[in-house]
Design a binder for this molecule. Structure first.
Ligand SMILES: Cc1ncc(COP(=O)(O)O)c(C=O)c1O
Length: 406
């Protein structure tokens, strides 16, 4: 037994594979970047791969616990384990897409179940609730920034559905208060944490029952995968979600989970860089004469700043801003970038932007709002491109009234 300068005791010994290890040290939990890099690895085997390779299979030899490939695939597991570990514990489930994960949570509810949900949120969730056969759910749209009104709407509700920050208005809800209010009234709480990722916000630690992800976005991070996921700490909920996935067939492809895990290995690096870029761009945009409002909780003047500081480990890499000149100016700006990709997605390593109202009708989205998903390029290059695009936008807005106004 040895004692080091910190007082920890340690004994050196040998592992089965012959490599010396120190044992007896006080275990310190790994930090999130380490978890992202190492979780879900198979046990080391000489000459074995560090990560689980892609397993393409539909038929499996009989006699095992999985049985059939719609019930499980070895390539799903390390993705699910890594996501759950980043969440701080629980069970992860991969789904065919973010929407498949969202639908799975909602479809666990009985027919007619009241669902309190944010009115200014991702359009797919709202559309799913609104277009379901009459009576499937009882949607109760609310302004989740209004904590009292949201809690009041939870009376008799089966589920409170949240996003924070919201897509695309970047509003921040008081998650602890809303979750506690919903639970007091017997409602489950689901949080779509796509914008934050578990590196920036951990819904289960804040008390939510289920965290939902479009892994298509920041988790996979390279704009080449469509994938979704849930994480829960409730065994029964996990079991019912897995059963739903199996019976509705909303299963992921093995290649998608492989690529998503590969992307997650560098999530901490990408998030750090993208957040730093987002903060710089948000600050500069807020002083730009062609921008009337910047929506980014990292700005001290943002209405969501204090709440974000209390419940997030950063402010994320999404920035929305309103362009002076409205839709024509925003549209022209989005079309005329040279580096930033004009596309309706988010969370890639590359920066993308769109005039949001062109692609989705999220309630309350101003026609001239641009949603910017900030990536990992050099920030000065991004800024030059934005300045150029806003100049084109201003010129277009100046031309449009005379071209159409006759
Ligand atoms: C916040 C949010 N949740 C869920 C989804 C749906 O994810 P997917 O496209 O993977 O189905 C999206 C897609 O843009 C999103 O932005």
């Amino acid at each position: 037994m040895t004692t080091d300068a910190t007082g920890d005791t340690g004994t050196t010994g040998d592992r089965d594979d012959g490599r010396p290890v120190e044992i007896g040290r006080k275990p310190r939990p790994h930090g999130p970047a380490t978890v992202a890099v190492t979780a879900g690895r198979p046990p080391p085997v000489p000459d074995g791969p560090l990560n689980v390779p892609v397993v393409f299979a539909s038929a499996l030899h009989a006699g095992g616990v999985v049985g059939y490939a719609r019930d499980g695939n070895p390539t799903w597991t390390p993705f699910e384990e890594t996501l759950a570990a980043l969440e701080g514990g629980g069970a992860g489930l991969a789904f065919a897409s973010g929407m498949a994960a969202i639908a799975a949570v909602l479809e666990l509810l009985p027919v007619g179940a009241p669902v309190v949900h944010l009115d200014h949120g991702y359009t797919g969730t709202r559309e799913l609730l609104a277009t379901a056969p009459a009576g499937r759910w009882e949607p109760r749209p609310v302004d989740i920034c209004d904590t009292d009104a949201t809690s009041a709407a939870c009376a008799g509700a089966a589920l409170l559905w949240l996003e924070s920050p919201t897509n695309p208005l970047m509003e921040v809800a008081d998650l602890r208060a809303l979750i506690a209010g919903a639970h007091r009234q017997g409602a489950l709480v689901a949080i779509d944490n796509t914008f934050a990722t578990p590196l920036v916000q951990r819904p289960l630690d804040l008390g939510a029952d289920v965290a939902v992800y479009s892994a298509t976005k920041l988790l996979a991070g390279h704009s080449d995968v469509v994938l979704g996921a849930t994480v829960t700490r409730d065994e029964d909920l996990t079991h019912r979600l897995a059963q739903h996935r199996r019976l509705h067939g909303a299963i992921p492809g093995p290649m998608e989970t492989f690529l998503a895990l590969r992307g997650m290995r560098s999530l901490a690096l990408r998030i750090d860089r993208a957040q730093a870029n987002a903060a710089t761009l948000a600050e500069r945009l807020s002083e730009h004469p062609d921008v009337s409002r910047v929506r980014y909780p990292g700005l001290p003047a943002d209405p969501g700043h204090e709440r974000a500081r209390c419940q997030m480990d950063g402010f994320g890499a999404m920035v929305s801003f309103d362009v002076v000149g409205g839709a024509p100016a925003a549209e022209a700006a989005a079309r005329s970038t040279r580096l930033i990709v004009h596309a309706t997605s988010l969370g890639g390593i590359e920066t993308t932007m769109e005039r949001r109202a062109k692609y989705a009708l999220e309630a309350g989205t101003p026609p001239g709002l641009v949603r910017l998903s900030v990536g990992c390029e050099d920030v000065e290059d991004l800024w030059d491109d934005l300045v150029h695009a806003l100049r084109i936008g201003r010129l277009a807005a100046a031309v449009v009234p005379s071209a159409t106004g006759g």
